[in-house]
Ligand binder design. Structure first.
Ligand SMILES: [Mn+2]
Length: 375
């Protein structure tokens, strides 16, 4: 699975005329290796070798992750101890492990030829500066983000499973809303239901809003806001992480909805699916944004649409591409994006519907499947 990604990294280095690459940001290390945690992937073009450096305490976990991906051997694993460690430790019952001492930057420099062009992706300014003192450093985070924007089939499968887990949790949550139940109760239930269905985490803390709280796109669930007997809108935005991949979706529901809510909800619904219909390879993402905005404008509601239309999803909840005002990114087959128009009427209520879709040759395919008309 990830073998092809390692090959892509190697061709990237070749393309840029580099002697190697250092990948240090957690999401990108996970992308290339399957290991989620603090680690540094070093690629040496001369020997064609990949080394994953991890702190000693992560050695075994990293080894198992590489084994699981079928990458142990393809990627060499080494533990490092920047401040040294006492002797006589045993990291691995099977013996034979590599433990290197010293500062991370120095260790990396000792592994690569000097003075050449090096692709570097790191969040650490200290590491960046250390490498920049020895190499002609080229920032690689952006090109790796472009790679990640186009998903492989196995990544899409994980995201579909993440979506299915979130939908099962959403279903339980929606059926549990009753007089006396708080926003926080529902948020806690969502977390619980996602975990017990196989999610390793949420993609972000669930947003659960009742009544006037729905006017905040990022409302914080409160234990003090309780469902009463009067009809109130309910907005739930949630996502699960499954095998390292996120899902993201939003539904707005209202039992006993009156005319005004219905009118707004139907406009948001129309905007969502009109935008989804506009998606195909080659379309510029601001055109998709505009398709949604045009629908809202025809209902006189565009002034309440105060955020972008959507975003890429994958290992991180927000990644490339942006789907927003003026975004010039062209959508490509294999990209996974959200489409989430919203209308927030201050002092009244908000409505948002969010779907996660895959860009295919024949247009958008929904990865989220929960019913969207809940009023
Ligand atoms: Mn979203």
């Amino acid at each position: 699975m990830r073998h092809s990604l390692l090959k892509k990294l190697a061709s990237l280095v070749e393309e840029k005329g580099g002697c190697g690459a250092v990948v240090s940001s957690e999401a990108n290390v996970f992308y290339f290796t399957g290991f989620r945690g603090p680690g540094h992937l070093v690629y040496d073009r001369d020997s064609g070798s990949y080394t994953l450096l991890v702190p000693a305490l992560e050695y075994l976990r990293a080894k198992h992750a590489l084994e699981e991906e079928g990458l142990l051997g393809r990627i060499e694993l080494a533990a490092f101890a920047p401040y040294g460690l006492p002797g006589g430790l045993e990291l691995d019952s099977q013996g034979d492990y590599k433990l290197v001492y010293g500062r991370l930057g120095d260790i990396i420099v000792s592994m690569l030829p000097k003075g050449c062009r090096l692709l570097v992706d790191t969040d650490s300014l200290a590491l960046y500066k250390r490498l920049a003192s020895t190499y002609n450093v080229e920032e690689a985070g952006d090109v790796i983000a472009d790679m990640r924007a186009v998903k492989e089939p196995w990544e899409i499968e994980r995201m579909e499973e993440a979506a299915a887990i979130a939908e099962a949790a959403l279903n339980t949550a929606l059926y549990s809303i009753d007089a006396g139940v708080s926003e926080a109760d529902i948020a806690a239930m969502i977390e619980y239901e996602m975990r017990r269905r196989g999610a390793s985490d949420h993609s972000f803390p669930p947003i659960v809003a009742f009544g006037e709280n729905t006017v905040y796109p990022h409302a914080e669930p409160s234990p003090r806001r309780v469902m009463g007997y009067e009809p109130q809108p309910v907005l739930i935005d949630l996502g699960a992480v499954y095998k390292g991949y996120c899902s993201d979706m939003t539904r707005t529901a209202m039992e006993g909805a009156r005319e005004e809510f219905r009118r707004v909800a139907e406009a948001v619904h129309e905007a969502t699916y009109t935008a989804i219909d506009a998606i195909e390879p080659g379309v510029t993402s601001h055109e998709v944004y505009e398709a949604a905005r045009r629908v809202l404008a025809s209902h006189g509601l565009d002034k309440y649409f105060i955020h972008s239309l959507g975003h890429g999803v994958g290992i991180e909840i927000h990644e490339k591409p942006r789907v927003s005002y003026k975004s010039e990114t062209k959508l490509r087959e294999g990209m996974v994006v959200t489409v989430e128009p919203g209308v927030y009427i201050p002092g009244k209520f908000g409505v948002r519907i969010e779907e996660m879709v895959l860009v295919t040759q024949r247009g958008a395919r929904l990865l989220t499947r929960y019913p969207s008309v809940l009023w």
